[in-house]
Design a protein around this ligand. Structure first.
Ligand SMILES: N[C@@H](CCC(=O)N[C@@H](CS)C(=O)NCC(=O)O)C(=O)O
Length: 218
């Protein structure tokens, strides 16, 4: 990350920004700024924040380059992929076509497909007003995770220490965050997930990223 002078993460405890915070701690220790966005109090709707992310969500990453240019990046999947490109220790090597394909596949599975199933469960079980909730749709998403996603992830984790083989990558930040989220709905709780999560939780960077998890207001 040679031409980057400063990184600021806009964050809320336990949320999707914790995926990014975890990878930043892996890469840079404490060498980045964190700004708490008070989501429950509507801090994501201020004009300043909306100018950074019109979709009013965290994570948002402000990157200042050595020449003074400021770039704002949104979307946790894009941010994780981009950060891992800057510090290739955390990506699958681009020279290994097969490993790279698997890594990108797992990132997309986590950042779009599984993420949206979890979000749909949250929307239809907790967030929407009761009249707008659709129990059948929530159950459909639960079943997809239980019968399709969880077995796919479990099969990978039975074979290897990390989600993409024997190396920790940004794909672990995405996948373990989702498994943790799924656990809150009683999903992805088998032994293979428990031992994977205990390996991830033993990492100092994970502990730093989730130290504020108790401050999450659901
Ligand atoms: N697809 C986006 C979703 C971001 C998102 O929805 N973040 C939630 C927290 S997990 C948020 O900030 N919600 C506040 C809001 O939408 O008003 C990503 O992965 O970055």
């Amino acid at each position: 990350m040679s031409n980057i002078s400063n990184i600021t993460l806009y964050h809320y405890p336990l949320s999707r920004s914790a995926r990014v915070k975890w990878l930043l701690h892996e890469m840079r220790g404490d060498d980045f700024e964190t700004v708490r966005v008070p989501l429950r109090q509507g801090g994501q709707f201020t004009p300043e924040f909306l100018a950074k992310n019109p979709n009013h969500g965290v994570p948002v990453l402000d990157v200042t380059y050595d020449d003074g240019t400021l770039q704002t990046i949104t979307e946790s999947l894009a941010i994780l992929l981009w950060l891992a490109e800057q510090d290739i220790r955390f990506a699958s090597p681009i020279t290994d076509a097969q490993a790279r394909a698997e890594y990108l596949q797992i990132m997309a599975l986590g950042g779009s497909w599984m993420d949206q199933m979890l979000w749909n469960i949250r929307l239809h079980e907790t967030i929407l007003p009761k009249v707008a909730r659709n129990e059948t749709f929530a159950a459909f998403n639960r079943d997809k995770i239980k019968n399709e996603i969880a077995p796919e992830l479990a099969a990978r984790l039975e074979k290897s220490e990390f989600i993409c083989g024997d190396k920790f990558t940004a794909a672990d930040c995405m996948t373990a965050h989702n498994i943790n989220w799924a656990g809150a709905y009683g999903l992805c709780r088998g032994d293979v997930f428990k031992s994977y999560m205990s390996r991830m939780k033993s990492r100092p960077a994970f502990q730093m990223a989730f130290a504020d998890a108790k401050e999450f207001e659901g």
